[in-house]
Ligand binder design. Structure first.
Ligand code: HEM
Length: 405
């Protein structure tokens, strides 16, 4: 069964985790899938999966939480029963938990974090700046948001390396590398252990931070259970690390391979905030899922209760029906209502923090390393999936360059 664009026959086996086209050239492959199939049904492990790739359907579907529920939509089934909070709750419960985290991620709260973020960013770049080369992902993109997350949560920054290793095992191993899911399961348990220690510590010794706030909060007149506290902390961990690293990789891969856009950022740093929005649009990395709650017609598709729905932000944000010249990066784009941070009740809680991290990275990097390119003698690695991203981006530049704006 297909949606109203027909021609989905060749996509019935489409799988976002294993599609070779998505691994090789994700955004172009998604463009092809959207243009050829639009909205279509595939077979999933538990139930049929409907894939939505066009702007309008993603836009409407993410807001229609009564038809597309977030409850029980769990990507890591080997971990057994769990609920990411607030991501896997529907209104009204969803809002009760979400509002506890919101004060720590408002524009004002992020503003207060900015000097620490900048300091962190500069110290990472200074480590390799004079060397003339680095692996952008290994040495910058994955470290930068991790240390910011550690500070946000009040975790010891010295433990970043361990946390990163667990994050990698949890989020990036393929079924081939971890056939029975035991590595992912162990990594999850280790992260949970660290977060449980943190929760116990804040109960005994309250501080002025996000964990203390939720430890002391009540929902429906009762304290939050330890399990739910853990799920809230875990979601912040999952939400804040891989996404920022993934976007940074996509941004810098584009800039390293498109000198005119790189030079524009160097010569006109005031363009950075709007360049950030345009790069988020052109290179969105999140594909999110829901469970259909009732039989209905949506986007020309006869969805049924219990079916799964996948909303792919990458092709939706490059849909020509919404964005003129959608596949082109245009820093001067004036109408840019992209959905890189999702939409509806679950719209990203960390979007202000993410934007600050991305803008600061573009500013501080280009002050210090204005000229750089991809080292084509080395391998670039990329993974598709729910949060896609590069795993290795070898860059090189003339050593000892610098620039003052
Ligand atoms: C560029 C980086 C980021 C991108 C592209 C991104 C993207 C998204 C998207 C698309 C969603 C909605 C998912 C859905 O509808 O199922 C989401 C939700 C969420 N994000 Fe982000 N995110 C980023 C950074 C962050 C950061 C830095 C944090 C926190 C520190 C964060 C925390 C969250 C949380 C807690 C949710 C769940 C919100 C809810 O369910 O109400 N994200 N993010």
């Amino acid at each position: 069964m297909t949606g109203d664009t027909g021609a989905a026959g060749s996509f019935t086996d489409f799988n976002i985790d294993s599609d070779p086209g998505l691994r090789a050239s994700m955004w172009e492959r998604w463009d092809e899938v959207r243009d050829e199939a639009g909205a279509f049904e595939t077979q999933g492990p538990v139930a049929p999966v409907w894939i939505f790739t066009r702007y309008d359907e993603v836009h409407d579907g993410l807001q229609d939480w009564e038809l597309f529920s977030s409850v029980n939509d769990t990507p890591y089934t080997e971990m057994g029963q769990h609920t990411w909070i607030p991501e896997e709750l529907d209104p009204p419960d969803h809002g009760k938990y979400r509002q506890l985290l919101t004060p720590f991620l408002t524009p004002a709260a992020v503003k207060a974090m900015e000097s620490g973020i900048r300091e962190q960013c500069v110290s990472l770049i200074e480590e390799f700046k004079d060397r003339g080369e680095c692996d952008f992902f290994e040495e910058f993109a994955k470290l930068y948001p991790t240390t910011i997350f550690m500070r946000l949560m009040g975790l010891p920054v010295e433990r970043s390396e361990t946390l990163l290793q667990w994050a990698h095992e949890l989020m990036h191993l393929s079924d081939l590398e971890d056939p029975d899911g035991s590595i992912r399961g162990n990594a999850t348990m280790s992260i949970m252990g660290l977060l449980a220690e943190l929760i116990a510590d804040r109960r005994a010794d309250p501080k002025d931070d996000v964990v203390t706030a939720i430890v002391n909060a009540e929902v429906d007149g009762a304290p939050i259970t330890d399990e739910n506290l853990l799920m809230m902390c875990f979601l912040l961990y999952m939400g804040g690390l891989d996404t920022v690293a993934g976007e940074l990789g996509a941004f810098f891969y584009h800039l390293a391979t498109n000198p005119a856009d790189r030079e524009r950022i160097v010569s006109d740093p005031a363009v950075i905030p709007q360049a950030t929005e345009e790069l988020l649009r052109a290179f969105s990395i999140v594909t999110t899922g829901r469970v259909v709650t009732r039989d209905a017609e949506f986007g020309g598709c006869p969805v049924k209760a219990g079916d799964r729905a996948v909303f792919a932000l990458a092709p939706a944000n490059r849909d020509e029906a919404q964005f003129e010249g959608a596949a082109q990066v245009d820093f001067d784009r004036t109408r840019n209502r992209h959905m890189a941070f999702g939409l509806g009740p679950h719209r990203c809680l960390g979007s202000y923090l993410a934007r600050a991290e991305l803008i600061i990275a573009l500013e501080e990097w280009h002050k210090r390393i204005p000229e750089y390119s991809l080292d084509e003698s080395m391998e670039v690695r990329f993974h598709a999936g729910g949060v896609a991203g590069y795993e290795s981006i070898p860059l090189r530049w003339p050593p000892k360059q610098s620039r003052t704006f």
